[in-house]
Design a protein around this ligand. Structure first.
Ligand code: AMP
Ligand code: MG
Length: 417
């Protein structure tokens, strides 16, 4: 045991009975985010982490302009009903050059700059032509239907902060300032491999006792979605020399190394000895289901996440520990935690207090209400449960059995933006 209790940033954590939240806290206390950045064109910045504040050099919109099609008028002219002389037109992108005097108005389109002298727009639909004049009905409000310069973005007022992950709206916002490239944090480099003598690779016939390796594919999928730079080092046999070589290669070329398998009680001993030689790694038993055994630590400058081998446990531990760690390491300082929502459980759920459970759930709509049920069989090897699910049902550490109709927390798999 003593060989694995020396991880300096993990002093004081008991590896044998860690709660999920404590484990996350322990991991967080070890991590140091990337600092290097590079200049990239804005399209390439989608999903990347901003490494500069965006401070507008211009107002958006740059000029006061009309929010509607209608007539630009001087509000001070308006009485009960007013007849105005139309002296020209203002189009989006084509400014009306003249000045609008008392008793006059200008036909204006959405987005056109407000002509000098006007301050209010009356929508086309409520006006009438009356002997070549424009009749404006009573009841208009000063400054109505006008979009003011700087009402979206103000010159000099920071709008996006360094550390934010760039989303589609941000791309448009940066473009609206006329900015073509931004500083982004460099991508995090993540290497991974699967361990196990029983693993067969796609393309090879399956011999007795073997399973096709699926973990590298779910890892590939999950990591790709997070926008990190990935390096797949394949399947590594449960053999000390092969494992040592894989760990050395992985840790020398990446910021994070993720492995699957080899951390359960039956297997951990020789991996532990290897880790003690190569770096500082702690083997944890986490009070959770699925995903109890896990290793975390450092090999050289790389952080290691040794995930369990069971396919569902891999995904659950990835989403509950690795994802947020990668976000933090990538330099994100915006809110990236996946929120928990409360919905009604349509069925009873078996659960014992003393561990956090991540049951695979299907969120569905019944009448007007969102409810959740499980996908059925919840074994850590039943990968179909992850495929069928659209959320985790998160059953908190202290919680016991859930009755039908009780509220439970869910974590959605898909997000909008
Ligand atoms: P382990 O954590 O190495 O003891 O593995 C636990 C279970 O997960 C065993 O049934 C393994 O066969 C299975 N397993 C481990 N690695 C993989 C993998 N890459 N793909 C599919 N199943 C795996
Ligand atoms: Mg194994």
């Amino acid at each position: 045991m003593s060989i694995v209790e020396t991880v300096s940033c993990l002093d004081g954590y008991d590896p044998n009975a860690l709660r999920v939240d404590t484990a996350n806290e322990a991991i967080r206390s070890c991590l140091t985010p990337v600092t290097q950045s590079e200049s990239i064109p804005i399209r390439d910045a989608l999903g990347r982490v901003l490494a500069q504040d965006i401070v507008p050099a211009i107002n958006v919109p740059a000029h006061d302009n009309s929010a509607m099609d209608g007539y630009a008028v001087r509000f001070s002219d308006l009485k009960e009903e007013t007849l105005l002389e139309e002296i020209g037109s203002a189009f989006a992108g084509r400014v009306f050059e003249g000045k609008v005097g008392p008793g006059q108005c200008v036909r204006i389109m959405t987005g056109a700059v407000m002509p000098a002298g006007t301050d209010t727009v009356v929508i086309q639909e409520i006006t009438k032509k009356d002997n070549g004049r424009i009749a404006i009905p009573a009841g208009q409000k000063a400054k109505q239907n006008v979009r003011y310069a700087g009402e979206d973005l103000k010159a000099g007022v920071p709008v996006l902060k360094s550390g934010r992950m760039i989303r589609p709206a941000d791309l448009g916002l940066i473009a609206s300032l006329g900015i073509g490239s931004v500083q982004a944090k460099r991508k995090l480099r993540v290497a991974f491999f699967a361990t196990g003598d029983e693993l067969a690779s796609i393309g090879k016939p399956l011999r007795e006792g073997e399973v096709y390796d699926s973990n590298r594919y779910t890892l590939y999928g999950m990591l790709s979605r997070l926008g990190v730079q990935i390096s797949d080092l394949g399947v590594v046999r449960d053999d000390p020399a092969a494992l040592e070589a894989a760990f050395r290669t992985a840790s020398s070329q990446s910021d994070v190394v993720i492995t699957t398998g080899g951390v359960s009680v039956g297997e951990a001993d020789f991996v532990k000895q290897l880790m003690a030689r190569l770096g500082e790694v702690l083997f944890w038993k986490i009070a959770m289901r699925p995903g109890r055994p896990m290793a975390f630590g450092k090999i050289g400058d790389a952080f290691l996440f040794g995930l369990p081998g069971n396919p569902v446990a891999v995904m659950v531990t990835f989403y509950q520990f690795v994802r947020d760690a990668l976000m933090h390491l990538s330099g994100r300082t915006d809110e990236y935690t996946v929120p928990l929502m409360k919905v009604t459980s349509s069925h009873p759920l078996r659960k014992v207090p003393g561990r956090t459970e991540y049951q695979r759930g299907i969120l569905f709509r019944e009448d007007a209400e969102w409810k959740v049920r499980t996908t059925g069989q919840q074994g850590a090897g039943v990968l179909r449960s992850m495929s069928e699910a659209n959320c985790f049902i998160v059953l908190e550490h202290e919680r016991g059995r859930v009755e039908a109709g009780e509220a439970v927390s869910v974590q959605l798999f898909e997000g909008l933006a």
